[in-house]
Design a protein around this ligand. Structure first.
Ligand SMILES: [Zn+2]
Length: 378
């Protein structure tokens, strides 16, 4: 039987008048008819079939600026790391654990004795605890000694600087504390980069509510919650403090770990790059953000190809190929290795060769003094 025309018109009108609102409410109001899984249980298999290109080895020899291998003071550790590096096409690893004094020289000597001085370079660290009057000169003197002993950079300066590190008087050591000016100026005179990690993802500074993208990670690791305003600055205030430090020392070469945690808003990082030519970014542990915006990220990397350096952070050899795949391929919707970082799949950026070369080794060769040249294209 045919329904009267007026009924159709009324139905159509109702649908038109209550568009998205009705849809969203319908989705939220409708409860599962069986008990829903928990956030950690629900792990759907993707049914998407698309071309896949695994990339076990980087296309060009790479420098890992953000290396955290074990302490390299014995042949076993050195050989184990070298074997993983060979498989991945990692030509040089920066020991960014930052060791000073005897811990630094023992590693440099062990690597030399093992015949691998072309494969590792060492950054030194700064003792930023209990800074008070005279600390700056003392730290700068140690820095000069470590560079004389073979260190080629400072870092990684950990996120404690800015978050937790206290001065001798008990107050928080601010990133742009004038006592440390002499240290950053000494780094500039020595021509070495400063590799600094400030803060953490912006969401870690926000309330732990059900709209927080990092709810799961913050729930798994309570020590990643920096949303207690009585203890921590806001993300924005911390970054503003860091930017004052960078702007005060324009002769110093800075490498900002984790792309300044600005990968969820690359425009901000672009502004920083545009404003301060002495600033670079390192890509460790933010792959989940780059891989969810492959086109915008690619344009960003193309525009700022002289400012971005490869670094991995934690030394897990089976995780590096995810980086190669995101940077080098145009694969779609593939798994990320750490499911509590991201509830989404990754996409390849398909970076052109000239960008890959800068990212993998060109920029590191330029800003780190005395970099080994063996193994790199001429
Ligand atoms: Zn690190």
């Amino acid at each position: 039987m045919r329904l009267p025309r007026i009924v159709f018109m009324l139905v159509a009108l109702t649908l038109l008048l209550s568009p998205k609102q009705g849809e969203a409410q319908g989705r939220r109001n409708r409860a599962p008819t069986i008990p829903p899984p928990s956030i950690t249980e629900y792990n759907p298999r993707s049914t998407l079939v698309v071309p896949e290109h695994e990339v076990p080895r980087a296309k060009f020899p790479a420098v890992d600026l953000h290396g955290h291998p074990p302490t390299l003071d014995n042949p076993e550790a050195i050989n184990r790391v070298i074997s993983a590096m060979d498989d991945l096409n990692l030509q040089v690893m920066v020991q960014a654990r930052g060791s000073s004094g005897e811990r630094l020289t023992s590693q440099i000597e062990a690597v030399r004795a093992a015949g691998f001085e072309d494969r590792f370079v060492f950054f030194t660290t700064l003792d930023l605890q209990n800074v008070g009057p005279g600390s700056g000169a003392r730290i700068a003197a140690q820095l000069e000694a470590d560079v004389a002993a073979g260190a080629v950079g400072i870092g990684e300066i950990g996120k404690g600087f800015g978050l937790n590190t206290r001065k001798a008087d008990g107050t928080r050591l601010e990133l742009d504390d004038p006592e440390l000016d002499v240290v950053w100026e000494t780094a500039a005179q020595l021509g070495i980069p400063v590799f600094i990690h400030t803060g953490d993802p912006a969401e870690f500074f926000e309330p732990l509510d059900l709209e927080n993208e990092r709810w799961l990670e913050m729930a798994i690791y309570p020590n990643r919650q920096f949303n207690d305003r009585s203890r921590y600055p806001t993300f924005e205030d911390l970054m503003a403090e860091r930017d004052r430090l960078l702007a005060k020392h324009t002769n110093t070469t800075w490498v900002i770990a984790h792309m300044s945690w600005y990968t969820q808003d690359l425009g901000k990082l672009g502004e920083l790059f545009d404003r301060l030519p002495n600033v670079h970014g390192e890509v460790g542990a933010v792959l989940y953000d780059l891989g969810r915006q492959p086109r915008f990220a690619r344009a960003f990397f193309e525009k700022h190809k002289d400012r971005i350096l490869f670094g991995k952070d934690s030394f897990a050899p089976d995780e590096y190929p995810y980086y190669w795949r995101v940077f080098e391929t145009e694969d779609e919707y593939f798994d990320y290795y750490r499911n509590y970082h991201a509830f989404w799949q990754l996409y390849g950026m398909g970076l052109p060769d000239d960008v890959l070369r800068q990212l993998y080794y060109g920029n590191a060769m330029r800003i780190i003094p005395n970099m080994p040249t063996a193994g790199f294209p001429r």
